[in-house]
Design a binder for this molecule. Structure first.
Ligand code: GAR
Length: 184
């Protein structure tokens, strides 16, 4: 039986992308392609799979960009698309055409948007964590699939807080992808 295929979207460091490739590529699934909207994304370095750059700055509207993105994604015929640090607001052109999940560094519905780690840290909440959810038209608002949390330490610094979030992400995202693909 051939492996299920995923496409991963990212914008920056791509640590989650590389972690997904290390843990799943060639065994659980084929990571057919990684697509970024930033030509200088550090995550493109040392990529052992196909990488594509589709810069949003080259398009006149979000819809025009999403149309091209959908076309590019569909050319790989993935079973699932994974947003791992893809820092874009998506239009219905994308959400109505692509089955995708997103990793978010807070316990949704708390702290939606691009500054979730900082907001979560500053909140003083005792229990913090991460979410993986289906992507819908509402920013960070789709149905939650999995969450994982940790308890803030007495003297938690932003650095140790950030590290805890990252460790949880590297465990939870590959696990959730495997589970979804198994159930497809
Ligand atoms: C991750 O922490 C992810 O949860 C976050 O971006 C980071 C990407 O890191 N996503 C969001 O904030 C989405 N709103 P990476 O590029 O090193 O994987």
């Amino acid at each position: 039986m051939s492996l299920k295929k995923i496409v991963v979207l990212f914008s920056g460091e791509g640590k989650n992308l590389h972690n997904i490739i290390d843990k799943l590529h060639g065994t659980v699934c084929e990571v057919s392609c990684a697509i970024t909207n930033k030509a200088d994304a550090p995550g493109l370095q040392g990529l052992p799979i196909k990488g594509e750059v589709l810069e949003h700055t080259k398009f006149s509207s979000r819809e025009e960009y999403d149309k091209e993105l959908v076309k590019l994604i569909k050319s790989y015929e993935p079973d699932l698309v994974v947003l791992a640090g893809f820092m874009r607001i998506l239009t219905p052109v994308f959400t109505k055409n692509i089955k995708s999940i997103n990793l978010h560094p807070s316990l949704l519905p708390k702290y939606k948007g691009g500054n979730a780690i900082e907001e979560s840290y500053k909140s003083g909440d005792k229990e913090c964590g991460i979410s993986v959810h289906w992507v819908s038209e509402e920013l960070d608002g789709g149905e939650v699939i999995e969450q994982q949390s940790f308890l803030r330490a007495e003297n938690e610094t932003i650095e140790s807080f950030y590290k805890k979030i990252k460790e949880l992400e590297y465990e939870l995202l590959p696990k959730t992808i495997s589970k979804i693909l198994y159930e497809l």
